[in-house]
Design a protein around this ligand. Structure first.
Ligand code: TLP
Length: 341
């Protein structure tokens, strides 16, 4: 069987989750009739300490609707230079919201309040109006890096002083919380809006939610309809998400332990560059200076290990609930023999 480390999105629903899905009470959610979607939305809002939340099919949609609802065409959004919203969402900020993206290169995905202050502009008709700042926690392309809460609070302070809104792409916020012991509500507090995903490490098949003030979430529901993301008997999906939230958050710790084991194994190999002490959650990024990442990925696939090339000489492996410790321990050996093929 393939050891699939391409992403934590590859997870399959467990038998208990399938049972929750099978017996979910459903209704037409566009008419406000789905009790399971409502239960999920209020559970998420409560967990994140926000007034309201809205369920959507994907994290791309929750992020992009947040952008759309926070801005007007021509406005500027500030993002870290490798933020998922900018890097991996198909150019949606330009296509769907007509906004300009201003990028701040971070240190492993983390920029500081003082980095933010340096890119702020005076109010002047020459300049786009800066409206929104987005952070990502954990940061995907930086190998699941955790955003320090104190830095987020300092950034929120600058936003407040400057009248800027602050949005969190919290696709893997759950991982940051399990790794630090900081609650979801504490991490969400400095933000106006928070996007979370159920279809990553939590193992639900589909779904994300956007949380914020009641007024903002009402406005977002209108854009969800406009973008085609309002679903009918969506309780079928929400049931998997609710099950995942209630039963799979703690187990993310296992994925983090597996990621450390993998990183430490890889650090022993000639031809692999990795700093295992920098692996904080479930994403392991390593570099292959002597071989093309894609060549290595193709060879590894033949050996029953699936990972993704994320640069010419960079590979990403994401631990997830489909892969146990014994399988993780086999991976460095497979990589070593693939390098030497
Ligand atoms: N990320 C996917 C790919 O798109 C790269 C993955 O395999 O990691 N924010 C962050 C930080 C994400 O990592 C992702 C998914 C999303 C948003 C988008 O979520 P979906 O896939 O539900 O649109």
């Amino acid at each position: 069987m393939m050891i699939d480390l391409r992403s934590d999105t590859v997870t399959q629903p467990t038998p208990a989750m399938r049972e929750a899905i099978a017996y979910a009470q459903v209704g037409d959610d566009v008419l406000g009739d789905d009790p399971t979607v409502k239960a999920l939305e209020s559970y998420v809002a409560q967990l994140l300490g926000k007034e309201a939340a809205v369920f959507m099919p994907s994290g791309t949609m929750t992020n992009q609707i947040a952008l759309r609802a926070h801005t007007e065409p021509g406005d500027e959004v500030i993002l870290e230079s490798q933020a998922h919203i900018y890097y991996y969402e198909g150019g949606a900020p330009a296509a769907l919201s007509g906004v300009m993206c201003r990028l701040i290169p971070g240190n492993h995905g983390i920029f500081t309040a003082s980095d933010l202050t340096k890119v702020l502009r005076p109010t002047d008709e020459h300049f786009p109006r800066t409206k929104l700042v987005c952070l990502e926690n954990t940061h995907n392309r930086s190998g699941g890096r955790i955003y320090p809460l104190s830095e987020i609070q300092a950034i929120a302070q600058v936003c407040q002083e400057q009248g800027l809104r602050l949005h969190l792409d919290g696709a893997r916020l759950w991982n940051a919380c399990v790794a630090t012991g900081i609650s979801e509500a504490e991490y969400a507090q400095p933000f106006d809006t928070v996007s979370v995903c159920f279809s990553k490490g939590l193992g639900a098949p589909i779904g994300s939610a956007l949380a914020g003030s009641r007024e903002f979430i009402e406005r977002s529901r209108r854009f969800r309809k406009m973008f085609g993301g309002a679903m009918r008997q969506a309780g079928i999906l929400a049931a998997g998400a609710l099950y995942a939230l209630k039963h799979h958050r703690e187990r993310l710790q296992d994925d983090h332990i597996h990621a450390k084991i993998l990183a430490e194994g890889l650090a022993q190999l000639e031809g692999i560059e990795i700093a295992p002490e920098e692996v904080q959650t479930n994403i392991v990024v390593f570099h292959t200076p002597t071989i093309s990442a894609q060549v290595l990925v193709d060879r590894l696939k033949e050996k029953g290990v699936a990972v993704l090339a994320i640069g010419p000489n960079s590979i990403r492996a994401v631990t997830n609930l489909m892969v146990n410790q014994g399988q993780i321990q086999q991976v460095p050996g497979s990589i070593e023999s693939a390098i030497n093929m």
